[in-house]
Write a protein that binds this ligand. Structure first.
Ligand SMILES: C[S@@+](CC[C@H](N)C(=O)[O-])C[C@H]1O[C@@H](n2cnc3c(N)ncnc32)[C@H](O)[C@@H]1O
Length: 295
């Protein structure tokens, strides 16, 4: 099965309002990691061009990063902002321009692959932030899991299924490869048992899983991958050679962040954070990494 981009766009368009109220963005650990990376890489007086792919309404991404850099007296010279959702981009333009009197702020509404091809800036230092499968499937079933969050309200969908995260299988999302599926209604009837089954299945997956939720009338799809720490690090290293890039991985809360920085001078920074990358289909994830090796 191929994930229909129109349905992905519809999903995010419908959530632009709640995203702008910040109710889908309780991922503070990732922002702490971003601050640490900035402190490690840049000094007062440096100048940077910022690119954000899948930035939603801009409130965290790139606004948090730009505020952090500005506090460090690093000058942000330009912003290139992208999201697939036109509703999100309208709000992001307003949010970014309200905060920064920056004349050089361009936006691209559409798919990340096209955005990368359109962006005149090289990626520079890439900060790639995704979700750690340990937060979806902890070893101890009494621990809070992101599954509890999925099953609490239908903000993200009313029924969920999972597939193995498999970069070698072009057909990994076919119906016969569903590892687990459950509606919120069914789940709540026997919560403890359902959670245990889910955790057992997830914990057997060596790379991670993809969670999918299609709405009842088939107009929207939510997709979200959850990664094993080692898998993410090795994936980054398989695209970006360690001769040319310095690659480092960080983790906090449900976040895993890899920073991938060219060994030569870094005057650009690119963020794909809070699991925007994990929202993409696996074939798209591979093409995105490939495209970002340019420069
Ligand atoms: C989980 S949100 C993360 C938003 C933001 N990066 C943050 O830190 O809060 C994922 C965002 O990725 C966008 N997105 C999903 N698929 C995309 C694609 N193919 N191309 C560009 N953006 C995409 C969604 O519209 C949504 O705004």
């Amino acid at each position: 099965m191929k994930i229909d981009q129109k349905k992905i766009k519809n999903f995010w368009d419908e959530r632009a309002g709640i995203y702008d109220e910040a109710s889908l963005t309780d991922n503070e650990g990732e922002l702490d990691i971003l601050s640490d990376i900035c402190e490690e890489l840049w000094l007062s007086g440096d100048k940077l061009n910022v690119t954000t792919y899948g930035g939603a309404t801009g409130l965290r991404d790139p606004i948090f990063l730009i505020e952090t850099l500005t506090n460090m007296k690093v000058e942000v010279e330009s912003i290139f902002f992208n999201d697939i959702s036109s509703e999100m981009v309208v709000l992001a333009e307003r949010n970014i321009k309200n905060k920064f009197p920056l004349s050089d702020c361009s936006t691209f509404t559409g798919d990340i692959e096209e955005a990368i091809d359109t962006n005149p800036n090289e990626p520079g230092c890439l900060m790639l932030g995704v979700y750690n499968i340990d937060s979806l499937a902890p070893q101890d079933s009494s621990e809070y899991s992101a599954l509890d969050m999925y099953m609490q309200s239908n903000k993200l969908g009313s029924a969920f299924k999972i597939h193995a995260l498999d970069f070698s299988d072009e057909d990994s999302l076919s119906e016969d490869k569903v590892l687990w599926s459950c509606s919120i209604e069914e789940y709540q009837k026997n919560k403890d048992e359902n959670k245990k089954t889910f955790l057992d299945i997830c914990n057997k997956q060596k790379n991670g899983v993809m969670v999918l939720s299609e709405d009842d009338n088939g107009d929207t799809i939510f997709s979200s991958c959850w990664y094993r720490k080692d898998f993410l690090f090795n994936l980054a290293k398989s695209f970006f050679s360690e001769e040319k890039y310095f690659i480092k991985q960080y983790e906090k809360g449900r976040s895993l962040v890899v920073s991938i920085c060219p060994n030569k001078g870094i005057s650009n920074v690119t963020t794909i954070i809070n699991n925007t990358f994990g929202n993409l289909s696996v074939d798209k994830q591979k093409r995105v990494l490939q495209k970002l090796t340019r420069g």
